[in-house]
Write a new protein. Structure first.
Length: 625
């Protein structure tokens, strides 16, 4: 068995090195929902952009994912299909000309959509797309008054209480809602047969809209300066906010989805289709292309280049690749070139801290986050401590991470103290998760692990003690923790356990023992671990009934951290981990990254390299040396 570990370790090392680009980064695919592929086709065709080969390639991949019942799924074990995704795929294939309504599978898709309530049962993001392309009356959608942007930050609720990634989507959306903009062409498919009116859905969203509209009007009534032309002022502010946050590649905050709505919002503001902002955004979408398989293209919502590079570089170093190795040096110089030195929206709630964080994607210049920053600093540690280089960059990054701790003791992802529960009442699906940036066990755990094992802060440091207390208060009764950005309870528990161990908790601590018992209890018969994306939707652990490489690695790393000697559970798990890397079936590409419950999940192509290699390193370093 020992030889097998070392053999797999060496294979992973060589494979990872071979995938590195000349820039020193790793450009591995951030494979998300087919929504981005479908929306790209719909956008290009609505704007009459001539790019037939590009559209055909996207359509071919969408068609290849259709099930025998005509539907499309977000993940392998999702019941019969996903109605929103099926609407998006069906519409895009018709618009592309790749399929027609007469195609047998398209007929089945149409039947599936109708049987599941039609267009009105789609999620908000899909309904908005349908409205701007003329398929759904705006009166059937919820509405957020654009005057929200005029409420001062000092009020109990303002636009700036949303987390940044919500604001950049909301700005173009409220422009579109305000104007009720729609754009069709002679080639736009007719989906009117799928519009099955449901008065309950409409009334529910209108009730929420009336509440929000009333609150905003009451707030503005106190501000005499805003009594005249409030709508025009709000539109102007939304436009300014949106345009100021366009990244160098033309995309709004570097995201596909916010850029999709931005293009339509610009058109609603009377920009020409040939305007440089729109042309650059369309070109920017092509920078999001990745190839999940040969002869296949996919539009990522945002490339994961910085994240992947930081994780892969630190995993290689953990397994023994020296920091002077050319692959590590190139990766670190790339990461140093991506450190942020400008103030972004994060400073709204954290105004007294110098910039110094890292963002997620290659072109991200204004949205650093805690996870990417600690990941980058992990990779840079040996360069700083062994060669005494770039100490000022390290210190700025560390101070930025420490400054981002929420008042409750935990850490968020993007912005501190954006936690107002009133925002969860917005009439948008997922508002309870997407509007705010709460402290989470996965962010808090990984930050604690970085501070304890890499930054070497003393265990009695006030911020570590505060973070530990937050973690202990948020453990579930079964011993697990919830993970916001991964699937889901295995992910959160791994981050929590490794963070608490790095903070000085012993193996005998009741919280650690309870977590360990939970992980051992949910081990699969094959020795591995696997959790369904349904956990993210249901708010409870739901087994996948199969094992995935990344989830098996997470569970094992947590158990290794809590076990002085290898146990039968760990050894069975390590065997299962090696086996899972050989089985290139659906479990290998099952999405274990999360963004929005029930709507957006990610298969990180880096994860089957990073986490297994890191776990093998932890096992070998602890038990075989």
């Amino acid at each position: 068995m020992k030889d097998q570990f070392y053999k797999e370790r060496d294979r992973l090392i060589e494979k990872i090195k071979s995938l590195q680009t000349e820039s020193g980064s790793w450009h591995l695919c951030f494979e998300n929902s087919l929504l981005t592929d479908a929306f790209t086709i719909i956008l290009y065709k609505t704007l009459k952009v001539k790019d037939d080969d590009f559209i055909a390639a996207l359509a071919e991949r969408i068609a290849s994912k259709q099930l025998s019942n005509g539907a499309w799924k977000l993940y392998h074990d999702e019941d019969d299909g996903n109605v929103s995704l099926t609407i998006n795929a069906y519409y895009a294939l018709l618009f592309s000309g790749f399929k027609s309504k007469k195609d047998p599978l398209m007929k089945k898709a149409s039947s599936f959509i109708k049987e599941n309530g039609g267009l009105m049962r789609a999620n908000t993001m899909t309904k908005l797309m349908l409205a701007v392309t003329g398929q759904l009356p705006w009166s059937n959608l919820p509405s957020i008054p654009i005057e929200l942007l005029l409420i001062p930050k000092s009020f109990p609720l303002s636009f700036y209480d949303f987390v940044g990634y919500a604001r950049v989507h909301l700005a173009p959306i409220v422009i579109l809602m305000n104007s009720q903009f729609r754009l069709t062409t002679k080639d736009t498919p007719d989906l009117s047969d799928l519009l099955l009116y449901d008065s309950r859905i409409v009334e529910d969203s209108h009730n929420k809209t009336r509440f929000l509209k009333g609150w905003i009007n009451d707030s503005l009534s106190y501000l005499s300066d805003f009594q005249e032309k409030t709508n025009d002022k709000a539109v102007s502010k939304a436009k300014k906010y949106m345009v100021e946050r366009i990244e160098p590649n033309g995309l709004l905050y570097g995201y596909f989805l916010s850029s999709f709505y931005m293009v339509f919002a610009l058109l609603a503001l009377n920009y020409r289709k040939q305007d440089p902002l729109i042309k650059k955004a369309l070109a920017g979408i092509k920078t999001l292309i990745c190839s999940p398989k040969s002869h296949s293209i996919h539009i990522q919502n945002s490339p994961s280049t910085v994240w992947d590079t930081a994780l892969l570089s630190s995993a290689l170093q953990l397994v023994g690749v020296d920091h002077t190795d050319e692959h590590i040096q190139q990766a670190n110089y790339y990461l140093l070139s991506r450190q942020h030195f400008r103030y972004g929206d994060w400073s709204f709630h954290n105004p007294n801290t110098l910039p110094g964080g890292w963002g997620f994607s290659d072109v991200n210049t204004m949205e650093p986050d805690v996870d990417d920053t600690t990941a980058a600093l992990r990779s840079l540690k040996n360069l700083v401590y062994e060669q005494n280089k770039y100490r000022s960059e390290w210190n700025r990054g560390l101070k930025w991470v420490l400054s981002m701790q929420n008042d409750d003791g935990g850490w968020p992802a993007f912005e501190k103290n954006t936690n107002k529960q009133l925002l969860t009442l917005l009439p948008i699906d997922g508002a309870d998760v997407a509007s705010v940036d709460l402290s989470t066990p996965d962010l808090t755990g990984r930050t604690l692990q970085f501070l304890g094992d890499y930054a070497s802060l003393p265990k009695d440091h006030p911020q570590i003690k505060s973070g530990v207390n937050w973690m202990l208060d948020h453990q579930r009764t079964d011993g697990s923790w919830y993970g916001r950005w991964g699937i889901c309870y295995i992910y959160g528990t791994w981050a929590a356990v490794t963070g608490l161990k790095a903070s000085g908790l012993s193996d005998a601590h009741p919280s650690i023992k309870l977590a360990k018992e939970w992980l051992e209890r949910i081990q699969n018969e094959d020795g591995g671990w696997g959790e369904s994306c349904r956990s993210d939707q249901e708010g409870m652990y739901i087994p996948l009934k199969a094992s995935t490489p990344s989830q098996t690695a997470w569970a094992l790393e947590a158990l290794i951290a809590t076990s002085p000697q290898p146990t039968k559970v760990i050894d069975r798990g390590m065997t299962a981990l090696l086996n899972s890397l050989k089985q290139k079936d659906w479990t290998y590409s099952y999405p274990t990254g999360a963004a929005l419950p029930g709507q957006f999940y990610i298969y990180y192509h880096s994860y089957n390299y990073v986490w297994p290699l890191q776990t093998i390193a932890k096992y070998c370093n602890k038990y075989l040396t």
